[in-house]
Design a protein around this ligand. Structure first.
Ligand code: SF4
Length: 301
């Protein structure tokens, strides 16, 4: 299959077999996201999906997981998803767990019966771009959901025995708000129990509304030091068992591990990074690279 547009998936899905079933994002309004700006959402014909599955099964390798791409494929009609899951089962009777990205609205668009049917057919995890626990930041980012809606919908997934993973973005609320946002985000996560967290420092692609807002001085970005501290406060306050993966543009700094087991080691790593960043700020007038120019890793729906 010819892969089209941006292929993005959570870092914990890197070993998964990527099976595109759609192109683009039906929401496509988040102010920071440029992934699908030039793509009109479309569903990939079943024959192409089947051909890709046939190609993969002919290799003789059984994928440990299958990640359905791209954008927000959970928006596909349930019948269509069930047909694709049935195809997967025919090509891989072992039925590897199937994971995919969704928006809060996509989950809301499925009945409880549909969620249970998808679970029964093989869907095990859905990743959602929650970004942060600051309600006003979500409105400004044009995420298209409220925190109470996100609470409701993640609870519905869990009631259907489907896990959910959270995409977060450090610095969502802007300069000076990192500490408060970290506490709000931790409270949301502690209530909603994701199994995985992917946390990426905010970045702005050229051509996005966020880029325009930053360039016009309408949005003040948090600096690197504040983002590191925000992540420290977040990790300190997460009270659930969760697989955590966090990324910064600053020296490609990366902190990861299972919480709570690795909390102490992760906090020590962050403390060392915070001290190093402070030292750099004292000696380097440039202080922080231009975040507007950075090309960064994945964010999801
Ligand atoms: S962040 Fe996710 S939901 Fe928002 S526009 Fe991009 S792909 Fe769509």
């Amino acid at each position: 299959m010819e892969y089209e547009g941006v292929i993005c998936r959570p870092p914990m899905e890197l070993g998964a077999f990527l099976l595109p079933v759609a192109v683009g994002c039906t929401h496509n309004q988040c102010t920071f996201c440029a992934f699908y700006k030039d793509k009109k959402f479309r569903i990939i014909p079943l024959e192409e999906v089947e051909a890709e599955l046939a190609r993969a099964s002919e290799t003789g390798r059984i994928p440990r997981r299958i990640f359905l791409g791209d954008g927000n494929p959970f928006v596909l009609p349930t019948d269509r998803l069930l047909t694709i899951l049935d195809m997967i089962r025919r090509h891989f009777p072992e039925m590897p767990p199937v994971h995919l990205d969704a928006t809060v609205a996509n989950v809301a668009g499925k009945s409880d019966e549909e969620l249970r049917a998808l679970r029964l057919a093989g869907v095990r995890k859905v990743y959602i771009g929650i970004e942060c626990g600051d309600a006003s930041a979500l409105t400004k980012l044009q995420k298209g959901f409220t925190l109470s809606r996100a609470r409701e919908q993640t609870a519905r997934l869990q009631a259907a025995d489907i896990d959910w993973g959270a995409h977060l973005m450090l610095g969502c609320s802007g300069q000076g708000k990192g500490h408060e946002t970290a506490l709000q985000t931790a409270a949301f996560l502690n209530d909603t129990h994701p199994t995985d967290i992917i946390n990426v420092e905010m970045f702005a692609h050229r051509g996005t509304e966020l880029f325009r807002q930053i360039s016009a001085g309408e949005f003040m970005q948090a600096g690197t030091l504040e983002s590191l501290k925000e992540e420290r406060t977040l990790i300190e306050n997460i009270r659930i068992g969760v697989n955590y993966d966090g990324f910064h543009g600053w020296h490609e700094f990366h902190v990861w591990g299972q919480l709570p087991e690795k909390r102490t080691a992760m906090l020590q790593k962050l403390d060392a990074a915070i001290a190093r960043c402070r030292a750099e700020m004292e000696t380097d007038h440039e202080q922080v690279p231009d975040k507007l120019q950075r090309v960064r890793i994945h964010i999801g729906a």
